[in-house]
Design a protein around this ligand. Structure first.
Ligand code: FMN
Length: 299
């Protein structure tokens, strides 16, 4: 039973690293073999936005130029994942988003079937109460794209450098997450055990009110439902078919890729000669002559 810990924090031996390690210790108590990666030690190029990963048939064009593929394979190889990232300005650090952008390739080449419902847990240290609204958004997005099941997650209030070492409650919570994850791997029970949210898929509370002012939607999962107030409490009812067809369900990803993304290739090929001509005006206006970050010929 292999459990991988990911630390997506720039602070070495910061709270994220300590809490992820504590969770791994908990998993090891249950018989897991632990491994850890600090993402900030690796090179992850930004997605170049050319979408050749979707149309070229050869995967991500940057896959041999940096460590993204290696990091992805490490997730594919483990039996369970403990993902840690600090809260940064209501979300998590940009390295997480950079990794996720490069997962665009999964639209055309889905993750191996072994990834389906593979258990994961998320640990997010944060400093200020009320400043965490979107902290789970990117980690949830990543797990959904990978087809993984988040079985537990925690926002852990801890601020200063390595302060987690001196906060037994924080350590205990992280330790328990590791134990729970290992048990989920052993039993195959990937039921969500974290704090309940509003969305039954991502368990978050980031609900959008649509323009009809009647329907609400989970901004991440795209499921729509009706809001009501029962005994003074806000409730949202999401119909079963919405839950089944959430944005990241296999069926929906297939539909999105096949009917919305794929046809754009032919359209692009047809219109490219005209667009190439028309874009000259914008190339020549206020010319931007800085060297591109992305290798020449790919921009
Ligand atoms: C750039 C930056 C932005 C931050 N933004 C938030 C925030 O929006 N909300 C919050 O609660 N804490 C915020 N924090 C505090 C960290 O989440 C907190 O100190 C955490 O324990 C750091 O974990 P680390 O030691 O692994 O880096 C921020 C820290 C930094 C450096």
């Amino acid at each position: 039973m292999k459990v991988l810990g990911i630390v997506a924090s720039h602070r070495r031996l910061g709270n994220t690293e300590i809490l992820v390690k504590e969770a791994l210790m908990g998993a090891e108590e249950q018989g897991a073999k632990a491994d850890i990666l600090r993402w900030t030690d690796y090179h992850i190029l930004p997605c170049d936005g050319l979408a050749t990963c979707l149309f070229g048939g050869t995967g991500c064009a940057l896959k041999d130029k940096d460590d993204h593929n290696y990091l992805l394979e490490k997730i594919y190889e483990c039996d369970g994942l403990i993902f840690g990232a600090p809260c940064y300005l209501l979300e998590v650090p940009a390295i997480v988003r950079r990794f996720i952008d490069r997962l665009f390739v999964l639209m055309s080449s889905p993750p191996p079937t072994t990834m389906r419902q593979k258990p994961a847990a998320i640990i997010i240290p944060y400093a200020t109460r009320g400043w965490t609204s979107y902290a789970f958004l990117q980690p949830n997005l990543m797990m959904l794209e990978l087809g993984m099941a988040v079985i537990d997650r925690a926002l852990i209030h801890i601020q200063g450098m390595s302060e987690a070492t001196d906060n037994q409650r924080a350590l205990d919570r992280a330790h328990k997450i590791g134990i729970t994850l290992a048990q989920a791997i052993k039993t195959g029970d990937v039921t969500y055990r974290g704090e309940p949210g509003i969305c039954p898929i991502c368990h978050d509370r980031n609900i959008h009110i649509l323009k009809d002012n009647q329907t609400v939607e989970c901004g991440l999962c795209g499921i729509r439902g009706k809001l009501s107030i029962e005994s003074g409490k806000i409730k949202v009812h999401f119909p079963e078919e919405q839950v089944k067809w959430h944005r990241f369900s296999e069926e929906n990803i297939y539909r999105h890729f096949t009917y919305e993304i794929k046809p754009s290739k032919d359209y692009f090929i047809k219109t490219w000669p005209l667009l190439k001509e028309k874009r000259r005006k914008y190339r020549d206006y206020l010319r931007i002559d800085r060297e591109p970050v992305i290798p020449e010929g790919r921009g």
